[in-house]
Design a protein around this ligand. Structure first.
Ligand SMILES: NC(=O)c1ccc[n+]([C@@H]2O[C@H](COP(=O)([O-])OP(=O)(O)OC[C@H]3O[C@@H](n4cnc5c(N)ncnc54)[C@H](O)[C@@H]3O)[C@@H](O)[C@H]2O)c1
Length: 246
């Protein structure tokens, strides 16, 4: 893989998975732009403040990218905005909170993708989008995992990530003729110092016997952005140590 001369935008690049994606893209010589609300120092990647939930902020950030770099070759939708009450039990989720999370996660992904695709279409040289979904956009959650822990999985996550996976297929069909590929990567659970009981429960269930690491996810993202994936579009690459096969 080689991204020399390619401009790749990564939303939420300062987070757990985003950092690994940006670091690998840097190694592969991409010009990487981190679109986040929080800055993180990278070797070469440039930070541009972008709140994906605010259309004005998205437009300003993309205009800035175009002014400085003149083109966009790829977008990774990885940002993970969520409300403060994210994860409360299902019977306690307020209607307002549900709507807000759908808005800041799903609707925001729609808007930035629509705006980036408009630039890519105008350039007329193709491009690629990778949406980060989740195993919980593919299968239901396993309640036994959370026994004895405070951890919950938010119901809206299933709706949002399932939506992102099918939104990806819609876009892939709509933009294929323009040489633009749109795919998904669906990570399984990533180790992040969770409750040891949860980690044990998880490891006992997953065929490869451990939780994921951010560096397990980034190679698939890079592959789907790269020209090696030139005949792959509308797919959901599940990177989960085999979680979803059983
Ligand atoms: N961590 C996991 O176990 C896991 C598993 C499956 C899927 N995912 C998905 O991977 C993606 C990244 O997750 P993560 O675990 O790295 O999350 P994270 O919370 O570590 O990072 C998310 C990043 O998004 C940024 N962000 C939040 N609100 C934003 C906004 N309004 N505009 C721009 N940026 C914003 C944050 O500042 C942060 O840098 C998410 O889409 C998540 O659903 C994560």
């Amino acid at each position: 893989m080689n991204f020399e001369g390619k401009v790749i935008l990564v939303t939420g690049g300062s987070g757990l998975i985003g950092k690994a994606i940006i670091s690998q893209l840097e190694t592969l010589k991409a010009t990487v732009i981190n679109l986040d609300i929080v800055e993180h120092p990278f070797e070469k990647a440039v930070y541009i403040h972008c709140d994906i939930t605010q259309p004005d902020s998205v437009l300003r950030a993309l205009e800035r990218v175009m002014r400085i770099y003149g083109s966009i070759d790829g977008l990774v939708n990885n940002a993970y905005p969520r409300t403060a009450d994210w994860g409360v039990p299902f019977d306690q989720i307020s209607h307002e909170s549900w709507r807000k999370n759908i808005d800041i996660q799903l609707n925001s992904t729609f808007y930035i993708t629509q705006q980036v695709l408009a630039y890519i279409v105008e350039q007329d040289k193709g491009g690629a989008v990778v949406n980060i979904a989740s195993i919980y956009g593919v299968v239901g959650n396993d309640p036994s995992l959370y026994l004895g822990t405070e951890i919950t999985t938010p119901a809206a996550y299933a709706a949002i990530k399932g939506g992102i996976i099918n939104f990806t297929k819609y876009l892939a069909a709509a933009y294929g003729a323009k040489g633009i590929r749109i795919n998904c990567v669906s990570p399984g659970g990533i180790w992040n110092n969770q409750d040891p009981q949860f980690v044990t429960n998880y490891e006992n269930r997953v065929p490869l016997g451990r939780m994921g690491k951010p560096e397990d996810i980034s190679p698939s993202v890079c592959f789907l952005l790269d020209d090696g994936a030139r005949y792959i579009t509308g797919q959901n690459l599940v990177v989960d140590g085999g979680w979803t096969i059983i």
